[in-house]
Design a protein around this ligand. Structure first.
Ligand code: DX5
Ligand code: ZN
Length: 217
């Protein structure tokens, strides 16, 4: 199991300290949540912050764009030092073109589905994807309650990926904690994003290790 702490729940006045914590932890990725106040009802941070984070870590930089017109920012995301560019299916009219542009820029291409978007929306592009992110909360805020139906959606996505021959990883984002992580591991998740569970813990690095161990159960 790969754990991707979401810095949305970090202390932005001490972001360097929080990145050092992740650097010393078992997390393999750093999840960066970009919100534009249009696609989602919140605004977070943008490219200068991601660039600074990327410069102080060897971890994989996983950029989750909760923005309209993400196709306009492929070069900007790459220039930040991102390894994975994650766009919402709901924000992309020409998803195939956007996925190809991400790959041509040298990044891994990931597509996110909101809770109400069915996995069939990705059926004709699944073999082109490096990862599918299933939102397990409605995007926009950390600290929300996990939507239980996403466990079955994870199982169905796992079957779709297996049947297609796709190598796509399954990532889950929202409400991941010590209760939901083992269930998600069993359902076939490969990568878990965790914001409030990690940064709200007394010992964040220990929480990352405990979440990661849920994949071994
Ligand atoms: C939500 C973001 C998440 C968020 C998860 O819109 O995409 O990555 O940080 O936060 P938790 O883990 O607190 O649900
Ligand atoms: Zn996210």
């Amino acid at each position: 199991m790969i754990i991707a702490p979401s810095i949305l729940s970090a202390d932005f006045a001490s972001l360097g300290r929080d990145i050092e914590m992740i650097n010393g932890s078992e997390a393999e990725w750093i999840h960066c949540d970009v919100m534009d106040g249009v696609f989602v009802p919140n605004i977070s941070f943008g490219f200068p912050v991601i660039k600074s984070v990327a410069q102080m870590t060897e971890k994989v930089i996983d950029v989750h764009l909760m923005i309209v017109n993400p196709q306009n920012y492929v070069g900007a995301v790459r220039d930040c030092g991102a390894h994975i560019m994650n766009v919402h299916q709901e924000a992309c009219t020409h998803l195939h073109r956007t996925v190809q542009a991400i790959k041509n820029a040298g990044m891994k291409a990931a597509v996110t589905l909101n809770p109400a978007t069915p996995i069939v929306m990705l059926e004709d592009i699944i073999t082109d994807l490096d990862m599918v992110l299933l939102m397990s909360v409605n995007p926009g805020f950390g600290g929300q309650k996990f939507i239980d139906g996403i466990v079955d959606k994870t199982r169905r996505l796992r079957s779709m990926i297996a049947e297609s021959g796709s190598k796509a990883l399954i990532q889950i984002d929202g409400g991941v904690n010590l209760q939901t992580a083992p269930v998600l591991a069993e359902a076939g998740a490969d990568v878990l994003v965790a914001g409030s569970a990690v940064f709200g813990a007394p010992d964040p690095a220990a929480m990352i290790a405990r979440l990661r161990a849920c994949g071994r159960l």
